[in-house]
Ligand binder design. Structure first.
Ligand SMILES: Nc1ncnc2c1ncn2[C@@H]1O[C@H](COP(=O)(O)OP(=O)(O)OP(=O)(O)O)[C@@H](O)[C@H]1O
Ligand SMILES: [Mg+2]
Length: 367
């Protein structure tokens, strides 16, 4: 596991690890379900690594990435001359995975006409290369993954029920990152060190306010999105203190599918509009006009949602909305269990407001 750098210790993630431990030693088919970027492929590799097959190949096939006309020969192989363009004999991924694990990724995209063939191979553990009458006996453990609702696809006859049941012997559902926020600080630490090492940098301080923004974000793209954001943050960081363009993250949040309530959506829409108008509220091109609201109504809504502008060096000070132009904004975030490796002086009141980046505060406590 450590070789795979599987980070996480939240209850939900530990439940996933328990299921890996249960199923790895046996040869049963596993179906991994989860939103994009939740780690389906790394979990498939973890199952392989924890299984007695770990010294044999782990072969991945992305059913969505291979044109359907080629998928059959990609899976089962072909003889030379089996079809136009088959200039040489090809082994096929099933045979490559013999004695190991075959990972059928994006299984929901497997064409319907190929599904009965796959079922037959899984049941008999025998393949015939295209253009060959010879049967090859195999020993392959199959792990499949999808981010689609496969059962619904079965109901709509987009996926065969018999294949569904054959693959879904032991389901593992990966929780989205927003449901295991406890893991975010550890993942952030891990990715910061990983990318800093790669980029030849030394970053030893993750400001607490940055960590809290990262914990607060909903991460519709899950761990992959977090990883990309941290990689970008490491690229722009010049010193030992991690820098992050919070505004960019918030702008993405505005369009996030993870927005839960009408109030969340309203708040995100206001922030996005303010961003778009460069924090100009009034006037013909201001945010209020864009939103079809009187200026005073928008200000009231900003106060209600606690979208503040910076008016003093102390970001915890409740600002008054005096000017019309905002070059920075603060967003209140709930108190999170942050693992920031350098801490920031906590203000007395609980309703904190945070800024994009402020070197003075970022290094506080970390120097
Ligand atoms: N628990 C974890 N700890 C550390 N890194 C992880 C973890 N889970 C996933 N990752 C990283 O997140 C990225 C996305 O993981 P992966 O490709 O396995 O997701 P996926 O669910 O297959 O995504 P998609 O549905 O888009 O194919 C990878 O770079 C992977 O290394
Ligand atoms: Mg994947």
């Amino acid at each position: 596991m450590s070789k795979l750098d599987l980070i996480g210790s939240s209850e939900k993630f530990r439940a996933v690890l328990d299921r890996i431990d249960m199923v790895a030693p046996v040869d049963s088919a596993v179906m991994i379900q989860g939103e994009t970027g939740t780690g389906k492929e790394v979990i498939a590799q973890a199952i392989h690594q924890a299984s007695p097959r770990r010294h044999s190949p782990f072969v991945a096939v992305n059913c969505a990435a291979i044109p359907s006309a080629l998928l059959e020969s990609e899976l089962f192989g072909h003889e030379r001359g089996a079809f136009t363009g088959a200039v040489a004999q090809t082994m096929g991924r099933f045979q490559s995975a013999d004695r190991g694990t075959l990972f059928l990724d994006e299984i929901g995209d497997l064409p319907l006409d190929l599904q009965p063939k796959l079922l037959r191979v899984l049941q008999e553990m025998q393949i015939e290369r295209l253009g060959s009458g010879r049967t090859i006996q195999l020993d392959v453990r199959v792990v499949a993954a999808t981010n689609q609702d496969l059962w619904r696809m079965v109901q709509y006859r987009k996926f065969r029920a018999d294949l569904y049941f054959r693959l879904n012997v032991f389901p593992i559902t990966l929780p989205p990152l927003r449901e295991r926020k406890d893991d975010i600080p550890f993942l952030v630490e891990h990715f910061v060190q990983k990318f800093a090492r790669r980029q030849g940098k030394s970053i030893d301080c993750i400001p607490e306010e940055i960590m809290e923004v990262l914990v607060y974000h909903d991460w519709p793209g899950n761990i992959r999105e977090l990883q990309n954001v941290v990689e970008r943050a490491v690229i722009i960081t010049k010193g030992p203190v991690l820098e992050l363009q919070v505004a960019e993250l918030m702008a993405h949040s505005a369009g996030s599918t993870a927005i839960k309530t009408l109030a969340d959506a309203e708040r995100a829409h206001i922030v996005a509009t303010l961003e778009a108008t460069n924090w100009v509220i009034g006037g013909r091109h201001g945010a209020a006009t864009q939103l079809g609201l009187p200026r005073t109504t928008l200000i009231t809504m900003m106060q209600r949602h606690r979208i503040f502008r910076e008016t003093s060096a102390h970001p915890a000070e409740t600002p008054e909305l005096r000017a019309e132009t905002y070059d920075r904004f603060f967003v209140p975030v709930p108190r999170a269990r942050s693992q920031g490796s350098c801490s920031v002086q906590e203000p007395e009141d609980t309703d904190r407001v945070y800024q994009q980046s402020s070197p003075a505060r970022r290094t506080a406590g970390g120097e």
